[in-house]
Design a protein around this ligand. Structure first.
Ligand code: FNR
Length: 382
């Protein structure tokens, strides 16, 4: 199969993964309207084509939180990445490292923090959820600090788990009989062998290290459901701000008021995100939310954005709308499932090329030059 885009990787991932995992990655909340809008709204952003501006010395490199990036992109935290390929977090982190961008380890990763950081040369980013068990939060924060993680990505758009119909059908949201059947079935021997899961519960590294016993995938939804904390507010975050000396990024912001609150709180960055359409269906796409947020806080805080980014062209669009950098979730998860580390490296190469083409044809030579000027006027407000 010829692979030249994220769409191709999606198809390849679907062939390779058991359905419960493919749909877990691919799906969104409720009727998936926000999931669709994330991609559609971004694709409708019209760029201004510019010509004959001698673009020979163009560069996609940039700096973020004192780190050099080959392009304004990081891998988003994606739970269960180690189930899409063997020791998947390590493979994805190595690919990001090789291509010069940050990798973010999810709280709910298969490989624990301590397994991933020694495998890469650049500092890892670590993502934390708001959980009832503050002992767990403290434990992983201490471990992330000890392991030399640079940036903390604090995800705030999951005080409750979203309703995901696809997961209900596939067995991913429990009761978990269907999932157990997949884990023990011989229907996907290649996947089971590749991921090293066959016949065994799969271990969620960060959680099991804290609990002192293995946690299988069967426990995943139950643990998550029991642990998300709807009582959280800004003042509860102060101890984390005090504890974490490095950059702290608040992930899951869609409203300019919340973006202003993040600045007032003292965050170093925000991620404009609707969790890839996986939480509240019906909220704005990130592309649609971006202009008002950029108006409110651009220059006061770093604005990262995700949800719907599928190509280098999309990165340029998101930056033109006001972001300083983007994250990708599904795109790299598909590539990892399809071809492991090599797939993620190839995807990042594709995105870099697409970015260069988009910059050349919009007449911008550096990331700093990408602005609203790259957009056709009417498109600035969706
Ligand atoms: C996620 N996302 C996510 N976010 C987070 O903060 N912690 C997590 O553990 C996860 N887990 C997760 C699993 C899967 C399968 C997906 C697809 C997403 C959200 C993720 O970080 C990011 O916000 C979205 O994936 C961005 O949207 P796109 O790039 O998938 O459109």
């Amino acid at each position: 199969m010829i692979i030249s885009s994220t769409k191709d990787y999606r198809k390849a991932a679907q062939r390779r993964l058991p359905p419960f995992l493919f749909h877990y990655i691919d799906g969104g909340a409720y009727d998936e309207a926000t999931l669709r809008n994330n991609v559609d709204d971004l694709s409708k952003i019209a760029l201004r084509q510019r010509i004959l501006k001698n673009m020979s010395d163009l560069t996609t490199s940039t700096e973020l939180f004192g780190e050099k990036l080959s392009m304004p992109l990081a891998l988003a935290p994606v739970g269960l990445t180690g189930m899409y390929a063997k020791r998947g977090e390590v493979q994805a982190a190595k690919a990001a490292d090789k291509k010069g961008i940050p990798f973010t380890l999810s709280t709910v990763s298969v490989c624990p923090i301590e397994e991933v950081t020694p495998a890469i040369n650049r500092p890892m980013w670590f993502q934390l959820y708001v959980l009832r068990d503050r002992g767990f939060m403290k434990n992983v924060l201490e471990r992330a600090k000890a392991a030399g993680c640079s940036t903390l990505v604090f995800t705030v758009d999951m005080p409750v788990p979203g309703a995901r119909y696809r997961d209900a059908h596939s067995g991913m949201s429990g009761p978990n009989a269907a999932m157990r059947r997949y884990l023990q079935s011989t229907l996907y021997p290649h996947w089971a062998w590749n991921v090293g899961i066959h016949g065994k519960p799969h271990d969620l590294g960060n959680i099991s290290r804290y609990l002192g016993k293995p946690t299988g995938l069967e426990d995943y939804i139950g643990w998550l459901g029991a642990n998300f904390d709807p009582s959280i507010s800004w003042k509860d975050l102060q101890w984390i701000r005090d504890f974490w000396e490095g950059p702290m990024v608040i992930k899951g912001i869609l409203d300019p008021e919340d973006a202003r609150d993040a600045v007032a709180f003292g965050a170093d960055g925000i991620v404009v995100s609707n969790h890839g359409g996986r939480q509240l269906d019906g909220v704005l796409s990130s592309a649609a939310a971006m202009p008002a947020i950029a108006d409110a806080v651009k220059g006061k805080i770093k604005i990262l954005a995700d949800s719907g980014v599928r190509s280098g062209l999309d990165i340029v669009r998101m930056l033109a709308l006001g972001a300083d950098a983007c994250l990708i979730g599904r795109a790299f998860a598909y590539a990892l499932a399809a071809q492991g580390q090599a797939g993620v490296e190839n995807l990042l190469d594709l995105m870099m090329k697409e970015m260069r083409v988009a910059m050349t044809l919009t007449g911008v030579k550096s990331v700093a030059e990408i602005s609203g000027e790259c957009l056709v006027r009417a498109e600035k407000e969706l």
